[in-house]
Design a protein. Structure first.
Length: 585
């Protein structure tokens, strides 16, 4: 009994229980990622031990910091630590269901987007039964907390606790470096890989990095490494220039007729190729786009792979307008809004100096940095739902402009601009959550399909109707034949959210109208969003050193453009602000 009392003097079992509960919050989050989100690189034998050590370190560092702030009040420190880890776990879990990554500094910096109801509704629509973990854990925590006396940690108990923790950590590291896990390497090598993160893994494999290294080291390293612009070495600059200067997969010859001077770029929200030519209940889901698909002069490819990262819609827009891949480790627009970008509007001005360009978006101009990014791409003007209310004198009651409103506004703005012009039109009505759709006299009723998928198809039909109306308006105004019209998706609609995972592919389509080339002679296989920027320059015959990192789809011998090297070079270009006056000569 005496020895038991002596032990409790140094290690309090109740305090240890509260600490373990905080640790469980982080482990629950990582386990959720492992089961549902997927890591960029598959797990190996010691991955779970890596994750446990990382979570243990995160929890311990947090507790020590809070313990110092609260003047060594351990009971209070454990309570604060528990709720910080609980809230952090909860926020990451819900964020991941929408963006499929852990939270990063850049995503925290975009927290203002949560004021947009579309974003919050999409995240909340992903509620799952496992989320009951959080309220149940709170109840369990308070049960143990009320059984724990409030006391200040003595010097002896603190030292004992630290020694026990260090011994456990050393033991885990030793086990981690055993020959059975790493037969080709020794203890020191494994220890270095456990503590430090290679730069390539940190930038290209963010989920893998956080899972193995934990939040503390990942977030700290992000702040230390990405505060300033990356200073490229001479070899890195030469490698970038050699890569983009190779035009063998980027240039053929101008195919667009001479009278085609305008570019109308329609960026459709969450558009899947599977809806093309799809008939449900004996009705076409996208009759207007189907007409384009079967027009012998229109290029259609339904095998385009989405290249977006955690920025989702903003990433899609960036890929198309800049010809680069988005960052994997952080939200691209948070970094790119300060960069010099050779955007498509600027490229068109090389051919037509008097060209005017504008963007029409269905949300407010602050969402996903739309205002600064529009300027960075080289657009002369951005029109948002705030301008719509003034220009159209329409007191709408929506949180965003419906696709009917967007294309009505685009038709209105066409009268304000003389030719040539460049317009970028963003749609929104096909955005998740798919628990409802805009009533427009069409409804899929097939009982064999999940309701969320039927709602999505109904939304697709609505958007298709508005695109059809806009095409007719362009013809009436004499703009249709004079414009290169590109219709693409910003990204895919995740089959998981449609309750169709494993049943439908996540490929997205591209339509090119008035390109002036025979689609039979163009590439019709798997391609990438990255290729659209390069293909538009090729079609229009725009002479430029920079043609993006994609490949032209006019080449029948197309080669895949998205590789690890392409991603690495894109990262270098973005982090170094390569195209500023000193960087791009």
């Amino acid at each position: 009994m005496k020895h038991h009392t002596h032990f409790r003097k140094y290690i309090n079992a109740s305090f240890l229980t509260l600490f373990i509960m905080s640790l469980m919050n982080l482990l629950f989050l990582h386990y959720y990622f492992l089961q549902t989100i997927e890591l960029e690189v598959g797990c190996f034998k010691s991955s779970l031990l890596d994750n446990f050590l990382a979570s243990l370190l995160d929890n311990t560092v947090l507790l020590v910091v809070v313990w110092l702030i609260t003047f060594r009040k351990l009971r209070l420190s454990l309570t604060i630590t528990f709720f910080i880890t609980l809230i952090w776990s909860f926020c990451n879990t819900f964020y991941a269901r929408f963006f499929h990554q852990y939270l990063s500094w850049s995503s925290i910096g975009q927290a203002g987007n949560l004021t947009d109801s579309t974003v919050t509704n999409s995240m909340l629509a992903g509620f799952e039964l496992t989320d009951l973990y959080y309220p149940l854990m709170i109840l369990l925590f308070f049960f143990f907390l009320f059984r724990t006396r409030n006391r200040v940690v003595t010097k002896k108990s603190l030292i004992t606790t630290i020694i026990v923790w260090l011994c456990s950590l050393i033991l885990c590291l030793a086990v981690h470096s055993l020959y059975i896990f790493h037969p080709a390497h020794g203890f020191i090598y494994v220890l270095e890989k456990t503590i430090f993160t290679p730069e390539k893994m940190d930038s290209m494999w963010p989920n893998w990095t956080v899972f193995h290294k934990g939040f503390f080291r990942k977030l700290v390293l992000d702040q230390l490494s990405h505060k300033s612009e990356l200073k490229l070495t001479k070899d890195q600059r030469r490698e970038i220039e050699a890569f983009y200067s190779d035009h063998s997969q980027r240039v053929t010859e101008r195919t667009a007729p001479e009278h085609v001077k305008n570019i109308i770029f329609i960026l459709v929200e969450s558009y899947l190729s599977v809806t093309s030519d799809l008939i449900v209940d004996g009705k076409e889901i996208t009759p207007n786009l189907n007409k384009l698909r079967h027009d012998s002069t229109v290029y259609f490819n339904g095998h385009m792979r989405p290249n977006v990262s955690i920025g989702e819609s903003a990433d899609g827009q960036y890929i198309y307008m800049a010809g680069l891949l988005p960052l994997h480790a952080e939200i691209t627009v948070s970094k790119a809004k300060h960069n010099t970008i050779i955007g498509l509007p600027e490229q068109l001005k090389k051919m037509y100096k008097d060209v005017k360009s504008y963007t029409i978006i269905p949300t407010n101009p602050t969402l996903w940095e739309q205002q600064p990014m529009s300027e960075a791409y080289g657009f002369d003007r951005l029109y948002s739902m705030l301008d719509y209310q003034t220009d159209m004198r329409d007191n709408y009651n929506n949180d965003f402009l419906t696709d009917g409103m967007i294309f009505k506004y685009a038709t209105y703005k066409n009268h304000a601009y003389s030719q040539p012009f460049f317009s970028l039109i963003l749609t929104m009505s096909m955005h998740q959550p798919y628990d409802s759709f805009i009533k427009h006299g069409f409804e899929v009723t097939d009982t064999s399909l999940p309701q969320s998928y039927k709602n999505y198809l109904n939304s697709c039909h609505y958007t298709d109707m508005q695109i059809g109306n806009y095409m007719e308006a362009l013809k009436e105004e004499g703009l249709y034949d004079n414009s290169l019209i590109v219709i693409v998706a910003d990204h895919d609609a995740r089959p998981r959210y449609l309750d169709m995972e494993g049943k439908i592919p996540d490929d997205i389509p591209i339509y090119i109208v008035n390109g002036g080339f025979n689609p039979v002679n163009a590439w019709d296989g798997a391609c990438n969003q990255l290729d659209v920027y390069t293909t538009i320059l090729d079609i229009m015959g725009i002479d430029s050193r920079w043609r993006g990192l994609g490949h032209t789809l006019l080449n029948k011998n197309y080669q895949n453009s998205v590789t690890e090297k392409t991603q690495e070079l894109s990262d270098w270009i973005i982090y170094s602000n390569y195209f500023n006056k000193k960087g791009f000569e």
